[in-house]
Design a protein around this ligand. Structure first.
Ligand code: BTN
Length: 250
């Protein structure tokens, strides 16, 4: 299948029926110089899919979308690397709007339905120098047509919309949106991206339950710092900033 609606993303698709992890394959190919920017590694089945926080990513073979995109975002400095997360999660969210309502971004870069659970996730692995991001592997795993899950929590586009979706259509729509955001940031319009990410955020300015080092608490997400930390106002208490892994959504 030809993905024709982008300028440079996904023009080169490396498809594997099975692999351990598309992120690992992309990293290896960057190392040996056999991929260029915009290439994607796509598979039907991962035997050792990687998730955030060192977790595994499980996905029913053949049912879902599992791929990694190779970027060279040299115009983004290491201290701004969270902009890549913003860019990709906002883009995925916008693409999925075409298939289901109520899709949101949960900090830092989970794709969730506002009430029905997690649709997918993003794992970005950057290679940095002092001054810039040399390469970035953007791994995206999304539940499309899977309707049975081994444990509660996840959902899929098919569950939400009641019908099966075409994997290639979704892939194409996602690449179009990522490319748009990528060009936006390349042109220096980072503020627009940051605002757009914030506007779409799950539980933005709502009271909800969280857990940190000191236990569980009621809090309200009131912002995201430039570096991507989550700002939470504790009910009757102070405002805290959290890095990834320092706070849990309950
Ligand atoms: C998460 O934990 O939410 C992130 C999941 C990221 C999974 C994707 S699937 C394609 C790519 N290859 C991997 O090994 N992981 C990412």
């Amino acid at each position: 299948k030809i993905l024709a609606n982008t300028v440079f993303l996904g023009k080169d698709i490396i498809y594997m029926t099975e692999c351990h992890s598309t992120n690992e394959i992309a990293l290896a190919k960057i190392k040996d110089g056999s991929v260029k920017e915009g290439s994607i590694i796509l598979t039907d089945k991962q035997t050792r899919g990687k998730g955030q926080r060192g977790n595994r990513w499980y996905s029913e073979p053949g049912m879902n979308l599992t791929f990694s995109l190779v970027l060279a975002p040299v115009f983004i400095s290491p201290q701004d690397q969270f902009d890549l997360n913003r860019m990709v999660s906002k883009a995925v969210k916008d693409a999925l709007k075409l298939y289901a309502e109520g899709v949101m971004v949960k900090w830092p870069n989970d794709i969730v339905h506002e009430t029905q659970g997690k649709l997918g996730g993003i794992l970005i692995e950057n290679s940095l120098t002092q001054s810039r991001i040399e390469t970035s592997v953007v791994g995206i795993g999304l539940n499309l047509n899977q309707v049975d899950f081994a444990f509660p929590g996840p959902t899929s586009l098919a569950v939400l919309s009641g019908s099966q979706v075409d994997k290639w259509d979704v892939l194409n729509d996602i690449l179009i949106e990522i490319e748009k955001r990528y060009i936006q940031v390349k042109k220096g319009k980072t503020d627009k991206l940051r605002e757009a990410y914030w506007q779409d955020l799950y539980r933005r300015e709502e009271w909800a339950a969280y857990e940190d080092d000191s236990g569980t608490f009621e809090g309200m997400v009131t912002g995201i710092t430039e570096e991507g930390r989550l700002v939470i106002q504790k009910k009757g208490g102070k405002v805290n900033q959290y890095a990834f892994k320092e706070v849990k959504f309950l």
